[in-house]
Design a protein. Structure first.
Length: 118
């Protein structure tokens, strides 16, 4: 009986280790550096010092940014973007050196936004 419990314990531990290794890969924040155009009509410029600017036809807003796992958070200085809160959190589904697919975490529709690096 002890051998059976010991074997079962080993199997459970191995399964937990295997499942823990199946999490999302860390995204390379170096891929973000540069100017991106979104299908929402905004340009975002990300600098390596974690600052940036967001532009549209009406002007620009400065922000600081951070990337944690798959969440890209932009904290705007001033009043935010297009009447939204002073921060945005994008959940990134795909990131390459020229394309990004994400959605606004605070938007209940979770509509995919496509970004192209310019």
């Amino acid at each position: 009986m002890k051998k059976r419990l010991s074997g079962l314990s080993f199997l459970m531990a191995a399964l937990l280790v295997l499942l823990a290794g199946c999490g999302k890969d860390e995204l390379d924040e170096e891929l973000l550096i540069g100017r991106w155009y979104s299908t929402e009509g905004y340009y975002y410029t990300f600098h390596s010092d974690h600052t940036g600017e967001s532009y549209d036809d009406e002007g620009s807003l400065d922000f600081t940014w951070s990337l944690t796992s798959d969440e890209l958070e932009l904290r705007f200085t001033g009043h935010g973007q297009a009447g939204k809160a002073a921060y945005l959190t994008f959940v990134i589904d795909k990131l390459t050196d020229s394309r990004m697919e994400a959605y606004d975490k605070n938007d209940p529709s979770e509509k995919t936004i496509y970004f192209t690096k310019k």
